[in-house]
Design a binder for this molecule. Sequence first.
Ligand code: 3PG
Length: 421
Amino acid sequence: MTKNDYLKLNYKPNYQNEIVATFYGESRLSLKELAIKTAEESSIGTWTKINTLSSDILKRLAARIFYVNVKTGIFKIAYPLALFEPASIPQLLSSIAGNIFSMKAVKNLRLEDIEFPEKYINKYPGPKWGISGIRKITGIYNRPLIGCIIKPKLGLTSSQNAELAAQIFKNGVDVIKDDENLTDLSFNRFTDRVKKVLLLKKQVEKQTGKKKIYVFNVTAPTEIMLKRSAFVKKIGGQCVMIDVITAGWAGVQSLRNADLGLIIHGHRAGHSTFTRNKKHGISMLVLANLARLAGVDQFHTGTVVGKMEGEEEEVIKINELLKEDWREFNKLRENWGKLRPVLPIASGGLHPGLTDKLMKILGHDLIINFGGGIHGHPRGSLAGARAAKQAIEATIKKIPLKIYARDHLELKEALEHWGFK
Ligand code: 3PG
């Protein structure tokens, strides 16, 4: 093995047949040496010369470093497609996001971006419904969907949960979800919750003439998750949520591949264990790419203005990537093959006073989720739901929240309570 087996700075990557990964790196070695170690460990090599690595294997399968910038710490590697099993996110990550992070040579290493050839992308199913499907189901085309997370996260019985959901649906919310840690608990059994929520949801839909979506959290070991999802389907539900990081990509893919016809809501709880450090780990952008490949229909991407970390430029870039429609973008070098666009979800620390700022930054193709921002309203959850709806109405009508609040009491109370920060 020589340096030149991996380092090919004059090489022009073939975006039709190679996966291109962009890394940021820091090391006691030079950046080039770190890039070589990264390329060999993530493709076919190891720490020493091995007799089993023929020149033929090297020629066909070695990763190629074609860009190194010592000023920015960025290097780019092209991987031949033959290194990857089609439609397997676990195998993809075991290769290009596996051992490399543990190497002693690494001080910091971050997988910033991955670009996939269209033929690799098209082996994945992508979202079943995507943005247009979700908008069709709800009949809402010209505004963000108003979402609510049942709070407290844990503690309500299945009956209290269902009752609260029905009241919030009645007061203007379109989508209600279980929280990330509410699954099947002794005080709120999954099957009871599904039956009770869907019964009351049906009644609300009849009364209001509006389609509502309840998002049941099915996160669990895969076989249990599939059973829970099938149950939701059987009782008449349309949507399930999976915590993509804690359940794992194999679980997400298994759920999508079961093709139950349900909307899949992707929660990203735990992602900051590896996305938050800007020098080490995997970027949130990569995670969003993986969610779309795996077939999540709607995905938590950040709020900019809420309680969760996530800078404006980064969240905008992620949302734009998820919303890219192959019909419009198929002339670009990288496109999303036949995969449908994903609906971004803004969630975490949102309240009515933040909606105009949020929509100015992230636009209308969005689910805006309020947890504390509905249940923490001074006059309770129902007033909170109305305030959230009024805030979005005002923003759509381009009326400043303060002005709209003059004749919308619940919004007025919310603004007095939380202000605009
Ligand atoms: C989520 O699921 O995104 C969080 O539980 C958000 O809750 P919050 O709106 O109360 O911050």
